[in-house]
Design a protein around this ligand. Structure first.
Ligand SMILES: Nc1ncnc2c1ncn2[C@@H]1O[C@H](COP(=O)(O)OP(=O)(O)OP(=O)(O)O)[C@@H](O)[C@H]1O
Ligand SMILES: [Mg+2]
Ligand SMILES: [Zn+2]
Length: 435
């Protein structure tokens, strides 16, 4: 089929292949589609009718899709009540009950917002988004919790490391990458991506240099990154190219509106406890009560302080106030004590000890950690001050030789790891078991 270019062949009459009307061609627009070889032709009014028909079908399809999704959402809401979400997180994450509750409620409310959005309840009450900022010490479960949450949810959820983001023009990823990750998490479904959740990990790493806690190393445009993130948080249409495609003016782009995307950001904000302490001391002295920063016996002082964090402390740290204004929910996590670390070793579904037991079982070996050994691991981890992060490394240290030697035989055996193995690197006892 070719566009009719018979303007010069004059006077021409053609018949529409559909409505059979004869049209006198005065210019090429009288019969926009005409194939001189087959004589196939469509008149203007038939094209209009077909177009009308197609758009009607499209709208209907979109409506059914929305209705289907709305039904799907009802089911999602029924199965993702806050307590359901928390129960799931409890299987993997020890303690941090408050953080789990905050996240569970935030996600549940996000679903509900979506539900009302789809139903277009126009009663004037708009449920606003409540983005969350999480802070807590290194290795206390921030990243782990969000990764598990991502697995549970039925909506796209993407985790992006904020420390990898740089202002446009610097070497590194532009902030659009966060939205692009979500788009891929949504299997390239723009509508779904527009209602997803973005978690920005290591958010403290984009604090402004003028913040008190930053060294004077090169700043890859952190203020610029924050400004760009602010636009995303406020809700804007983010444009990006497909993965693997270079950014150049002609590259086709994908557009995602961030208006309804829930943002969760998290970071350790190392040193912020000092800022908080200073503020509290100042206000207390002003009122004349003297320093009120008390430290109860079992909780580290850090935890007492961090729970009192306020936006102004984060501002001092180097986060611009406009961003903090868009992160109304502040969620603090606690330091993991020895008891918590002990539980982390054995209780979660994917607990490190369970993993090693499983590995050795494949070699016909029963692995046992004595109570003392577990306690020794927890104690060592506390010394290293990286929360639960170092647990695996400490065990790995003693397990390496065992995992190397054991497969030499297929005998049914038992290995007992004692505190001595952990503290003094003595070789663990290996006993043959008769079947
Ligand atoms: N509360 C917890 N319950 C169970 N496991 C935990 C918990 N906290 C940490 N872990 C384990 O320790 C590892 C490190 O924790 P995670 O990566 O979540 O730390 P983080 O809080 O993100 O710290 P950072 O600020 O340094 O990034 C995780 O892989 C997880 O297995
Ligand atoms: Mg982390
Ligand atoms: Zn026609």
């Amino acid at each position: 089929m070719a566009k009719n270019t018979t303007t010069t062949v004059d006077p021409v009459k053609h018949q529409c292949s559909f409505c059979k009307k004869t049209i006198t061609i005065k210019d090429q627009y009288d019969m926009p589609i005409f194939d001189p070889q087959t004589g196939f032709a469509i008149c203007n009014s038939c094209i209009r009718e077909i177009y009308h028909f197609i758009s009607e079908v499209d709208t209907k399809q979109k409506q059914t899709e929305k209705q289907n999704f709305s039904v799907e959402l009802d089911e999602i809401i029924a199965h993702n009540k806050p307590h359901n979400i928390k129960e799931y997180l409890d299987e993997y994450i020890i303690n941090q009950d408050k953080a789990k509750k905050i996240l569970a409620v935030a996600v549940y409310n996000h679903y509900k917002r979506m539900r009302y959005g789809y139903n277009q309840d126009i009663d004037g009450v708009e449920i606003e988004k409540s983005n969350v900022i999480m802070l807590g010490p290194s290795g206390c479960g921030k990243t782990a919790m969000l990764l598990h949450l991502a697995k549970l949810l039925d909506i796209p959820f993407a985790v992006t490391d904020a420390s990898s983001l740089t202002e446009a023009g610097f070497v590194g990823a532009d902030v659009e990458v966060a939205v692009r990750n979500l788009y891929y998490a949504a299997n390239k479904n723009i509508d779904k991506a527009e209602h997803g959740i973005i978690y920005l990990d290591e958010f403290d790493k984009i604090a402004r240099k003028s913040g008190i806690n930053n060294s004077i190393t090169a700043d890859p445009g952190h203020e610029g990154v924050q400004q760009a993130l602010l636009k995303m948080l406020e809700g804007s249409v983010v444009e990006f190219t497909a993965r693997g495609q270079r950014k150049h003016p002609e590259a086709p782009t994908i557009k995602v509106d961030t208006k309804n995307i829930l943002f969760i950001v998290g970071g350790a904000f190392i040193g912020i406890d000092k800022t908080i302490a200073k503020r509290i001391q100042q206000t207390d002295t002003n009122i004349g009560f003297g320093a009120k920063v008390k430290s109860s016996a079992n909780k580290p002082k850090y935890d007492e302080l961090i729970h009192q964090v306020r936006p102004e402390d984060l501002m001092k740290y180097g986060i611009i106030p406009e961003i903090l204004g868009r992160l109304p929910i502040i969620c603090t996590l606690e330091t993991l004590d020895e008891a918590a670390l002990l539980r982390i070793l054995t209780e979660p579904k994917n607990a490190p000890i369970k993993q090693y037991e499983k590995l050795l079982r494949m070699d016909n070996v029963e692995l046992t950690f004595s109570e003392d050994a577990l306690r020794a691991v927890a104690k060592k981890a506390i010394e290293r001050k990286t929360g639960a992060r170092s647990l695996k490394g400490i065990i790995e240290d003693v397990m390496l030789d065992i995992m190397f030697d054991i497969p030499k035989s297929n005998e049914h055996r038992r290995v007992v790891i004692t505190a001595d193995c952990i503290n003094n690197h003595t070789a663990p006892q290996l006993t043959e078991l008769s079947d």
